[in-house]
Design a protein around this ligand. Structure first.
Ligand code: ADP
Length: 236
């Protein structure tokens, strides 16, 4: 069953066409990657999914709801990773989790989430004192504390060192294995290939390819073989 259905989405910002007819389906329980270069439109898609942006055209349904009309109901059922600026430097790990849990009608037990993500030993550590990897781990825990069905992660590993990136991948897989549907935005193709069940590659506000990592690699190989053939033979 599709948890997210996007049809023919369009969005223009002051003359810049950010989305030019994007259609996608995200199935329940998968890690779905939205990959592509900077400026492709990835964040705009995710913002339309979470109800932060109003599309100019097309439709979005998340868990059967229109994010624009049902934002409050939807926010109870989806988790979104925060940007760093969203937490005050002085807040402690335990306080942040307790506070975010209080935003939800039916949250997870924040202490259990803290424990599960290995944060109990840092319960009293202030946000500003955490390393990049631990901040990301906290953001993941905060995205899960509402016990969401769908989690949206936008460039979660940008700026992390390779070890912290790999640890984050393990955590994302663990999320999926618990039945959460994960939408992962990344401009790292290796990350999308390593983690995602299916990937949509977005460029210039359009989905230019979609499929499992294996399908995309096979397609890309076929395309580059064709290019090589045309280059060699001069035929097109
Ligand atoms: P991505 O996440 O793939 O980097 P975005 O969705 O952020 O892409 O941006 C898509 C396009 O829309 C880019 O050309 C970007 O410059 C433009 N854009 C995004 N947000 C705004 C905004 N608030 N105002 C004007 N242009 C924007």
């Amino acid at each position: 069953m599709a948890v997210i259905e996007i049809n023919e989405l369009t969005k223009t910002y002051h003359g810049t066409q950010a989305l030019n007819g994007v259609s996608l389906r995200v199935e329940r329980g998968e890690i779905f990657g939205i990959a592509g270069p900077n400026g492709a439109g990835k964040t705009t898609i995710v913002e339309c999914v979470s109800g932060l942006r109003r599309p100019d055209g097309g439709t979005v349904r998340v868990l059967g709801l229109n994010p624009q009309n049902n934002r409050r109901a939807l926010l109870q059922r989806i988790g979104a990773q925060l940007q760093e600026a969203a937490l005050p430097d002085g807040i402690k790990v335990g306080e942040a989790l307790r506070m975010y849990a209080s935003f939800y009608d039916n949250p997870a037990d924040w202490r259990a989430v803290m424990d599960e993500w290995g944060l109990t030993g840092r319960k009293g550590t202030r946000f500003a004192s955490l390393s990049g990897g631990w901040k990301q781990r906290l953001f993941i825990a905060l995205a899960l504390v509402g016990d969401p069905e769908v989690v949206l992660l936008d460039e979660l590993t940008t700026g992390l060192d390779p070890d912290a990136r790999r640890t984050t991948w393990v955590l994302i897989r663990a999320m999926r294995d618990r039945g959460v549907t994960v939408v992962l935005v990344t401009h790292f193709m290796d990350e999308a290939e390593a983690l995602c069940d299916r990937i949509a590659i977005v460029s210039g506000g359009r989905v230019i390819a979609e499929g499992s990592p294996r399908e995309l690699i096979t397609e890309a190989r076929a395309a580059s073989l064709e290019d090589a053939y045309f280059a060699l033979t001069g035929r097109n």
